[in-house]
Design a protein around this ligand. Sequence first.
Ligand SMILES: C[S@@+](CC[C@H](N)C(=O)[O-])C[C@H]1O[C@@H](n2cnc3c(N)ncnc32)[C@H](O)[C@@H]1O
Length: 391
Amino acid sequence: MNAERIEEFLSAVKSAFAGNTLIKLRLSGYHGAEADLKSIDVKKIVAKGSEKFSFTFHYKTRDIIKNHIQPEALGHLRTALRHEFRSAQLATSEFDLSFERNGDKVRLKRTEIAGREAPSTEHNRAKNRPLTETDKPYLQALGISGKDGQVRNDAQDKFRQINKMVEIFAPLIQAIKADKPVIVDMGAGKGYLDFALYDYLANVAKRPAEVIGVEMRGKLVEDGNATAAASGFSDLRFVPGTILDYDAAGADAVIALHACDTATDDAIFRGISAGASLIAVAPCCHKQIRRQMEAGRPAPQLDVLLRHGIFLERQAEMVTDALRALLLELSGYRTKVFEFVSDAHTPKNNLIVAEKDGRAGRDRDAVLKQIVEVKAMFGVEKHYLEGLLGL
Ligand SMILES: C[S@@+](CC[C@H](N)C(=O)[O-])C[C@H]1O[C@@H](n2cnc3c(N)ncnc32)[C@H](O)[C@@H]1O
């Protein structure tokens, strides 16, 4: 066994971590026991003042992130390289190192790299935020920056959050094949995301988009349009009305962040009807499925969970979102669910991201069967979104 080669690879990972030169480590060629695990990406983060390895486990339809301190992380990597993954690619700012295992034989290949930028961690993240200019009319109108153009002390957290949103959404929008994608944000509220995303795409990424915020509260629509005009954001507008009444035809992306209760389903439905390439929703509270689970007959094996109110509530939320994800798959979307902000900000921090992918529609019968099974297991009669989709 090439144990020394594995240790040599781990030692390179350890040095890159210590020297802040680790850009990314990817493990692929999985042949272990976990169903649907495809690959793992590993990077360095600094969370609450402590340095950690952040592992993103990529499964077929979801990502899971786990952070580990160094000794733990190296232990997991050792096991993974010995028994579970055939390939690994370490990228640092100085060299790339590839690892290939074939049975007991391990091959390492090192390529020196010049001029690659050193990676950033949470340490120096502030410098690397997508939105660095803070003297903007919209940031003042939203109460994030003060009159001096600086982010207010009490709005640092909000500014961090909107930057995080831009970090998540901008690449998804930029991946859309349209010269000037049309993004519809359902239940836009004050439009934090819309202003930030518009500003970033138009002024930083130079990949402009048309952004439309749909909101039923007229005052927010008025304020949003006034601020868009004052900012010179000519392709950002807010329209009054309900999500369900808004015909999103022509939208490339339909987004909804914390649209209350079934308004999230209205947004998904509008996105599917429009044939949007991207649908991304961060659901809010949703009571319909919980009521059905309480009134219905979930499988008796679930009693142990469902008899506790708090578990029932969480389980109902998961079933609600799992069915949303399946219904999106049924409609021809490749779907992932992941945490998009820390749960320190909000417990409603799941993001369902669905990208249109004709191939997904091919598994229709299998997906329909899963929907029927999940509903039967949890005693659910009908998801509100099923009704909208005419199922
Ligand atoms: C919790 S706020 C979130 C606002 C914004 N998306 C954000 O994340 O900052 C939900 C917003 O959706 C709006 N809303 C809820 N249901 C709606 C519906 N059916 N049609 C239009 N707007 C709706 C509410 O008025 C509210 O402004």
